[in-house]
Design a protein around this ligand. Structure first.
Ligand SMILES: CC(=O)SCCNC(=O)CCNC(=O)[C@H](O)C(C)(C)COP(=O)(O)OP(=O)(O)OC[C@H]1O[C@@H](n2cnc3c(N)ncnc32)[C@H](O)[C@@H]1OP(=O)(O)O
Ligand SMILES: CC(=O)C(=O)O
Length: 538
């Protein structure tokens, strides 16, 4: 790569290949929201789905959002034995009325014979006829050459003939697909270069890589380095089987890393919204975000080890490859048994607690963190509990309320209709100075289903906290994770509770006990105490 900056086109297939992820099913409204996020990000093409293949995709295209990105409908080349004019699948794709159409077709001789059961010549005719049909109706046509890399390895001249058939029939792009995801980056680079050397220009060539060896992003970068000028992928790497190349990783890499940043230009100007977009997608899918995701993961800029934290505070680039703000993420200096006083002071400062270097409380807090982690606590995942622990050592933890006692019961019985149901009930007694408040709650929600003993405890605890009640009204529990640590009679349960409020604050607390309800209760009480501290501070 040298000379003038070349234009690289970004093609998103979250709404099509992403929807082929096991367990993922978007609604038409969710597709629209995702399409608008992608458009705001600045991708060039949005593949919206396969019109006619299922009602959701048809509904999406029937009310397709207006985007600056080229909206693309996906489909396949005409069926064997049909003319392109008379193919209902192709007709539904064209009826979507999008500016671009992407047609998948075979380019591996083995698949032509085994999957389609037609001759190699018939397949070439089918590719050409289908592309010409769509191009003749004014569409920008892309040809996804399925299994291209395996096909090239088996029969290079036939694989190239498939690309030429599409280009000669009017395709704007031919896309080299590593459909089974088994080709390694060096080989992808080599084959892409060979395709260009065979006369197919790089600015008509795309790459579509799958992640079956964990190399989809590397394969895509190798193809781009070899000269391909369109790169396909999905948000958060969604996609069939192990997923597609993650655009969430690829885009910042192309923008921020050499040799790409200096030699290529894309439609994306800034990636400062990337972390928000990635997490919003997970929210839509009701999936926990991948903490270790490059650039956008919650741990992508978390500096746990004492040596790292100490250096980071002096110069962030000592342990950060890019500034987290560039991708909308943030630096975290968690507390754990790997921490030293640098982590500790940074964490405390982040929570608004200034402590002078050398203050003896620092050593006491560190010892306490390390001892408690040995018992099963995990403060790097429960920063709010850490803050409470530190405040207790520093004598800066207000005594908002005391728990006098609690009780929880779970009963399984037959209801009036003879259906087996369970009902959990909790009683919590708290003291606020001289005041004593007893609250009782069950955990039966609007649906009539029992949400379990921890939910009953939470409801009783949050039902009446006297003068503190207004401060916790907007609090919600967003996640609850349980882990058994150790084995046999030594085993304890660790519970992490995630909470959030209407001001957009999110925090995690931890409880540990041989008894799961007790561990949960400890984490719940911490969650409320942290919220009261924050709201008083505000
Ligand atoms: C590599 C990829 O990820 S490509 C995208 C794949 N995505 C999907 O398959 C999701 C959407 N697909 C669907 O909803 C359905 O498969 C449909 C509606 C397209 C077709 O459904 P059906 O008519 O029931 O066919 P079915 O799915 O069983 O089989 C696919 C048929 O298409 C043929 N076919 C496969 N690829 C192609 C192609 N590129 N060109 C022409 N025909 C093809 C197969 O040979 C098979 O034909 P056969 O039924 O004569 O054996
Ligand atoms: C087209 C496509 O999704 C593939 O070949 O993987």
């Amino acid at each position: 790569m040298s000379g003038e900056r070349a234009r690289l086109f970004l093609y998103d297939t979250t709404l099509r290949d992403g929807q082929q992820t096991q367990g993922v099913q978007f609604s038409a409204a969710e597709k629209t929201e995702i399409a608008l996020m992608l458009d705001a990000l600045g991708v060039d093409y949005i593949e919206g789905g396969w019109p006619g293949a299922n009602p959701t995709d048809s509904d999406f295209f029937a009310a397709v959002p207006r985007t600056r990105a080229v909206m693309t409908a996906f489909g396949m080349t005409r069926r064997s034995g049909r003319s392109a004019d008379n193919d209902d699948v192709l007709a539904a794709v064209l009826d979507a009325g999008t500016a671009a159409v992407c047609l998948v077709g075979k380019s591996h001789d083995f698949h032509v014979r085994a999957a389609l059961g037609i001759t190699l010549e018939e397949n070439l005719t089918s590719i050409a006829a289908s592309v010409a049909h769509a191009a003749g109706r004014g569409r920008e046509v892309l040809f996804d050459a399925e299994h291209f890399f395996d096909g090239y390895a088996a029969n290079p001249s036939y694989a190239l003939d498939c690309l030429r058939a599409a280009l000669d029939a009017g395709a704007r792009w031919v896309v080299l697909c590593d459909t089974n995801g088994g080709t390694l980056p060096a080989r992808v680079g080599e084959i892409t270069a060979a395709v260009i050397a065979a006369g197919i220009p790089g600015d008509r060539l795309g790459i579509h890589a799958h992640d079956d060896t964990g190399n989809a992003v590397a394969c895509s970068l190798a193809a781009v380095q070899a000269g391909a000028r369109q790169v396909q992928g999905t948000l958060n790497g969604l996609g069939e089987r192990c997923g597609n190349a993650s655009l969430t990783t690829l885009i910042p890499t192309l923008l921020l890393k050499e040799p790409f940043a200096s030699n290529l230009v894309t439609g994306v100007g800034s990636v400062s919204d990337l972390t928000r977009i990635s997490r919003r997608l997970d929210e839509i899918l009701n999936r926990a975000p991948d903490r270790s995701a490059p650039y956008v993961g919650a741990s992508a800029f978390a500096h746990k080890a004492g040596l790292h934290a100490s250096a980071i505070l002096k110069a962030p680039q000592t342990y950060e490859h890019v500034d987290p703000a560039l991708v909308g993420n943030e630096r975290v200096i968690p507390m754990s048994n790997q921490a030293g006083q640098s982590n500790l002071r940074a964490r405390l400062a982040g929570a608004g607690i200034e402590v002078a270097p050398g203050d003896p409380a620092l050593a006491a807090i560190l010892t306490s963190v390390k001892e408690r982690e040995d018992q099963g606590y995990a403060y790097d995942s429960a920063q709010a509990s850490f803050e409470l622990l530190a405040r207790a050592h520093l004598e800066r933890l207000p005594r908002f309320f005391e728990i006098e006692r609690y009780r929880v019961t779970v009963e399984r019985r037959l209801n009036a209709a003879g259906r087996r149901i369970s009902v959990s009930e909790a009683v919590v007694v708290v003291r606020l100075g001289e005041e004593r408040i007893m609250s009782v709650s069950d955990s039966v929600g609007a649906s009539g289903e029992d949400a379990g003993p921890v939910n009953a405890l939470w409801r009783a605890l949050a039902k009446d906290l006297g003068r503190w009640q207004p401060a916790i009204e907007d609090m919600a529990l967003t996640d609850f994770r349980v882990r058994i640590i150790g084995a046999g009679t030594e085993a304890v349960t660790r519970v992490i509770v995630d909470s959030a409020d209407s001001r957009g604050q999110a925090w995690s607390t931890v409880g540990v006990s041989p008894n799961i309800v007790d561990a949960s209760f400890e984490a719940l009480v911490d969650a409320i105490r942290w919220k009261l501290i924050r709201d008083r501070a505000v």
